[in-house]
Design a protein around this ligand. Structure first.
Ligand code: GLV
Ligand code: MG
Length: 330
């Protein structure tokens, strides 16, 4: 396995706060998506496209990669899963007709590192065959019970991997969780506090995705990858979206897949450092620099001791902000 520093050199720095899903079967909304403020777009050939429209959606998508101006957005295509009759043709066409505009292939329902190695082999062969200069990167969706069990091996299985994504809807189906809305919570997943006299008992809702999210973010970050949270299907529920997005931002996620353009601005805002976070981080780095010069060891700010990890976190915040500024100036 490569160490984190080596891998970071290979993976391009990309903003990934918002990644809008655009069904390949709906070319009428491509231009609008290209003009949006989403950091990344994925044109979808998988679950938002009905089986009888798969071939047409692929044609639309190839056409859109070549002919639409995607500006400074990261462009990805979600292909059909490996065990479908559409998968091979999806990859062949995408690599064969790539005119250097496609950045990433998103592979859904990844079950093990073998899936990634198989994809890599196919892509290597096609890129050689077509003499493609720009190497394509991979985004992998962890959304099956098998995928979650194997997530650590998956995360280090190819140098092309840029990010791990969580797919809550498929994951729920895979383990038999009883959620009905994409990426939402379940009001029965919780517990009561213990009986104490006649006091009314309180119900505490638990986060049904906690374990999956935690494992995914750890596997991603251990390998220098971005971690992207699942879509939130109820696009009229801004409060629900915000709560879950803030929760994954605070855990270390870099962004969310989005199901509706309404969610773009919210996501960009939540996955950007706040003014206070940025000022605190800058202040911290300034003080640390000063104390290093004067040869002081451990230092405290506002009554809290700083260690190497806090410094790293401060650097991450400043680095993320620099990426956002670069995008604004593009
Ligand atoms: C996304 O692909 C999901 O299954 O939630
Ligand atoms: Mg899915």
């Amino acid at each position: 396995m490569k160490n984190q520093a080596d891998i970071k050199k290979i993976i391009p720095l990309r903003l990934n706060r918002s990644e809008l899903a655009v069904p390949g079967s709906r070319p009428e909304i491509f231009e609008k998506a290209a003009a949006s403020k989403s950091d990344a777009i994925f044109l979808d050939l998988e679950d938002s496209v009905a089986v009888e429209k798969k071939n047409k959606a692929r044609e639309n998508t190839l056409d859109a990669i070549r002919n639409i101006n995607w500006k400074n957005k990261t462009l990805s295509v979600r292909v059909n899963p490996m065990d479908t009759i559409f998968f091979k043709k999806d990859i062949e066409k995408l690599i064969g007709f790539n005119n250097q505009k496609l950045d990433l292939i998103m592979l859904p329902k990844v079950n093990s590192e073998k899936d990634v190695m198989k994809l890599e082999k196919i892509v290597n062969r096609l890129e050689n065959l077509y003499k493609v200069k720009k190497k394509i990167g991979f985004e992998l969706i962890i959304e099956t019970a098998q995928g979650l069990i194997n997530v650590n091996k998956i995360a280090s299985s190819s140098n092309r991997i840029e990010s791990l994504h969580f797919g809550a809807a498929d994951f729920a189906a895979s383990i038999g969780a009883k959620t009905m809305s994409i990426g939402g919570t379940h009001n029965d997943y919780g517990t009561l506090n213990s009986i104490s006299g006649k006091k009314k008992r309180n119900f505490f809702l638990n986060d049904i995705w906690q374990v999956a999210l935690f494992n995914i973010v750890v596997a991603a970050k251990a390998n220098g990858l971005r971690a992207i949270d699942c879509p939130y299907g109820d696009f009229n529920d801004n409060e629900g979206f915000k709560a879950l997005a803030k929760s994954s931002y605070s855990l270390g996620f870099d962004g969310k897949m989005l199901i509706h353009p309404k969610q773009i601005e919210l996501s960009n805002k939540i996955f950007s450092p706040t003014k206070k976070e940025l000022n605190d981080a800058k202040e911290m780095l300034k003080i640390i620099k000063k104390s290093a010069k004067s040869g002081k060891g451990a230092i405290a700010i506002n009554g809290k001791l700083l260690d190497i990890v806090t410094i790293k976190q401060a650097k991450n915040i400043v680095e993320l902000n620099n990426k956002i500024l670069l995008k604004k100036n593009d």
